[in-house]
Design a binder for this molecule. Structure first.
Ligand code: WQD
Length: 340
């Protein structure tokens, strides 16, 4: 199939593009490069020895997107485009609602105009209410939305609802919503990886930048949580497993809307991450315990059993592999995709 991959130049998108190409699909990447690099596209083409069609446009601009896609044929959409920083969304809620909701509404309109009825949507574990202290798993059964603590999470829950409501009006629509837990790691070649703009919000890229010497220490956001060592526990999933999950979702599409957790079902604490990354890199990771980050929960670990069953997909790479691959990327690209 020819897949329109919205946001395909980003961290998750570039790994999804690689997996799609290696599975024999053709890929049309649509990206505005507001938080991604053309270099990632070049490197995926080199790794796969396949060409990627590329259209630069902002999907929140309907007229521009319609014009850019007018003559394009595609069989399905994988929609990863959007703003994704939790903290930034609290500071800029209007921009997050406008960008993340409008781009989804526009893409769904353009799909209808092109008679395309297959979509895989990038959702997030943030649609779950903050888990009560010590809750082991977050399962798909939980309704999204109640208790979300930030505008970013609300845009994901609202986009899920938009897709459900559009599907009622377009019964032929085939949609899968993938709720990501914490994507980490990189393609084992070290040629593509996570390259956050500015100071990393997320733990793994921050730890990687401490290991490479770009940051002098890690601030651990609290060590008094009801977890095995007092620090926050999350479900870190290798980005290649996440990408494989998109391919599995694509082949599972049928009329209706299906929702799945993409996670490992295993939790790692902040101290577990520091220890594992130090082992993978051979570098010390100095840290300082600071106050908990507002909005953080003690524990968020997926229940991936429905994805395992229905998508015939299971995360198969270990956390140690994720740390190894993240270090390969970071050590080979100290400044990310920026040259020098
Ligand atoms: C992980 C753990 C922190 C940074 C976020 C988004 C979510 C999803 C994944 C997109 C927590 C601790 C972190 C640091 C720390 N993104 N931490 N020092 O918050 O689970 O989820 O990213 O879909 O939407 O909310 O990930 O990596 O920010 O934090 O101690 O400098 O690391 O307290 O326990 P999080 P994270």
């Amino acid at each position: 199939m020819r897949i329109l991959l919205a946001g395909g130049a980003g961290y998750i998108g570039s790994h999804v593009a690689l997996v799609l190409l290696e599975a024999g699909h053709d890929v049309l990447v649509v990206d505005d490069f507001s938080n991604s690099s053309r270099t990632a596209i070049d490197r995926v083409e080199h790794l796969t020895e396949r060409a990627i069609d590329l259209i630069e446009c902002n999907l929140a601009d309907l007229a521009a997107s319609r014009a850019a896609l007018r003559d394009q044929n595609f069989d399905a959409v994988i929609h990863l485009a959007g703003l994704k920083a939790v903290g930034e969304s609290v500071a800029q809620p209007g921009r997050y609602y406008r960008t993340n909701l409008t781009s989804t509404l526009n893409l769904l309109d353009i799909m209808a105009e092109h008679h395309v009825s297959k979509i895989v949507f990038s959702s997030s574990a943030t649609v779950y209410a903050p888990a009560a202290e010590g809750v082991q798993n977050l399962d798909e059964g939980q309704p999204a939305g109640h208790g979300i603590t930030n505008p970013y999470g609300w845009t994901k829950a609202m986009n899920e609802q938009i897709i459900r409501d559009i599907q009622v009006s377009r019964p032929e629509l085939e949609a899968v919503l993938l709720r990501y837990f914490n994507p980490v790691g990189a393609h084992p070649s070290g040629r593509i990886g996570e390259d956050p703009a500015g100071i990393p919000n997320n733990l793994m890229p921050f730890v990687a930048q401490v290991a490479i010497g770009r940051r002098d220490h890690l601030a651990v956001f609290g060590d008094q949580y009801p977890t095995h060592d007092g620090t926050g526990v999350r479900d870190y999933i290798h980005v290649m497993d996440l990408a494989d999950g998109h391919l599995a979702a694509l082949t599972s599409l049928r009329p209706g809307v299906a929702t799945y957790n993409l996670g490992t079902g295993v939790g790692q604490s902040v101290f577990d991450v520091v220890r594992a990354f130090s082992d993978a890199s051979g570098r010390e990771i100095p840290y300082e315990i600071v106050a908990p980050r507002p909005g953080d929960v003690a524990r968020a670990v997926a229940d991936p059993s429905m994805a395992n069953r229905d998508l015939k997909w299971k995360a198969k790479r270990s956390f140690a592999e994720a740390c190894r691959d993240s270090w390969t990327w970071q050590s080979q690209n100290p400044n990310g995709y920026t040259a020098g």
